[in-house]
Each structure stands twice: as C-alpha cells, then as structure tokens.
Design a protein around this ligand. Structure first.
Ligand code: DX5
Ligand code: ZN
Length: 252
C-alpha cells in the first residue's frame, strides 16, 4: 500500500550563507527528509557540495534523514565519505554506475539506505534487476544539474509504471521524484504514485520558507487523500472520527 507523502526540501535553492537556518525552516514547515544534491561538474554541468558540508549540516540537524543524491562519476569512491559525514540515504544514478548492483550493496555496507536514480531519458525497465535491493527509486523529472527547471510530464508515466511493478512483484521500494515539484504539478505527481517529493525552488526561492513547505505539503497530502481508493478513504475517515486518545494508543 502507498505510504504517507513526505516532503524532502532540496537545499540546492537555499541561500548557502544561511544553510543551517534555511534547512531548519523547511523542516519546521513539514519536511521530513533533507535532500542534499551532490554535483561534480562531470556527470552534470554544475558543482555543489561535498562531505564536509554534509558533516556540518549533520552537526546542526542531528535527527533528520539526510538524503544524499549523488550526481557524480565514480560514486563508489565517495560513498564511504558521505556515509561518514552523516548521510542516511545515498542514491546513485543508473547512468553513472557500470556495476550498479555492487554500488548499491556498497551503500548498504556503510549503513545507509540505497537508492537508484534515473534521468528523464532512461527507461524504468533498466532497473528491473535492482528493484529488489533498493530502498527507494528516484525519478528525475528534470535533467539533473540545476534547480528551478520545468517539470517533464513524461515522468508521471514512469512513476505510474514503478508503482505498478512494485505492486505486481510485491516489492517495497519507495518512489521519490525530483525536479519541478511545485503547487501546479504536485497534484498530478502524487496521483501518479510518488511518495517522497523533492522540492528546491518551490520551498526556498521566494517568500517564507516554512510557509512554502507547509503549503506544498498540504497540497500534496490533499491530492493524495483524494486519489486513494474509496475503501482506503472510508477507512481513514473512520480513523479521523475516532477519539484522539484512542487514536494515540493505536499509533504506538
Ligand atoms: C536537480 C536536483 C534537484 C533540484 C530540484 O538536479 O537534483 O534536487 O534541487 O530543484 P527544483 O525543485 O527547483 O526543480
Ligand atoms: Zn536532487
């Protein structure tokens, strides 16, 4: 069954001079996973952060999941350093890994959850043989390298395909999407089956970061409850009518 939709603010669009404070504001607005984009100027035409920045953020944000999205060549060389710096999830691009199975196991061997990423031009079926061993699949809905690009609608089909494959094969990986997630796209994205929503520009670029995160997450969760099958909607309506104290007990 689909899990609760989560927001993963991407610090790529934050003001790097105030990184800790801005990341915290996005988490206060409901973000539950902090998405950290690592770019090397080779795999993608941009350069961002390395392990020291992840380690500094970890000191100031000790207890939130750090989702390191490696857009780099030769990720095996850097996985240990990102794990040591405080990453919880590490994802690598299918397109960057010659020995993808080995790389995913390397991530796990360093105590992190392993994710695999596909670019907009990479078909979902290239992942058929690793879906059993990944914690999450990240669908790029823009070409990686920059924030604030336009959402590529074909990614919706890829999310739907992944959700169908997961169901038919009885697998458990989570579906994450990255690029162009905003108020005008989030409904379709959630209805397609994405559960972890990476958002940079929509959260950090203008206005109040905390409010932006809250508004985006609210829109996502409302689209998600509307898109649940009617049997699930009935079940969640019953839960919401249950007295609070009873609900608290059930959740523990
Ligand atoms: C792009 C990065 C994204 C980026 C998304 O290569 O992987 O995480 O921050 O940015 P927005 O939300 O601005 O499209
Ligand atoms: Zn990313």
């Amino acid at each position: 069954m689909a899990s609760v939709v989560e927001l993963a603010p991407s610090i790529l669009s934050a003001n790097f001079a105030q990184l800790g404070a801005e990341a915290k504001a996005a988490l206060e607005g409901g973000g539950t996973v902090l998405h950290l984009d690592v770019m090397d100027g080779h795999f993608v035409p941009n350069i961002t952060i390395g392990p020291p920045v992840v380690a500094s953020l970890r000191k100031t944000i000790p207890d939130v999941t750090f989702d390191c999205h490696l857009m780099i060549e030769n990720p095996d060389e850097f996985i240990p350093a990102f794990a040591e710096a405080g990453a919880n999830w590490i994802s690598v691009h299918q397109e960057a890994c010659v020995h993808l199975d080995r790389t995913l196991h390397l991530i796990e061997s360093h105590g992190c959850k392993a994710g695999v990423v596909i670019n907009p031009a990479t078909p979902v079926h290239t992942l058929d043989d690793v879906l059993e061993i990944v914690h999450h699949v990240l669908v790029m809905s823009v070409n990686p390298g920059f924030g604030a690009q336009h959402f590529i609608p074909n990614s919706l089909k890829k999310v739907e395909t992944l959700a169908r494959i997961r169901e038919s094969r009885g697998l458990e990986f989570r579906i994450e999407i990255d690029g162009g997630v905003a108020l005008d796209t989030v409904g379709d994205i959630v209805r397609a089956g994405a559960e972890i929503l990476v958002a940079g520009n929509a959260v950090f670029s203008r206005g109040d970061i905390r409010e932006n995160a809250e508004t985006l997450l609210r829109a996502a969760r409302s689209a998600s409850s509307l898109s649940a099958p009617s049997s699930l909607r009935r079940a969640s309506a019953q839960v919401s009518r249950t007295p609070k104290a009873v609900r608290r007990r059930r959740q523990t």
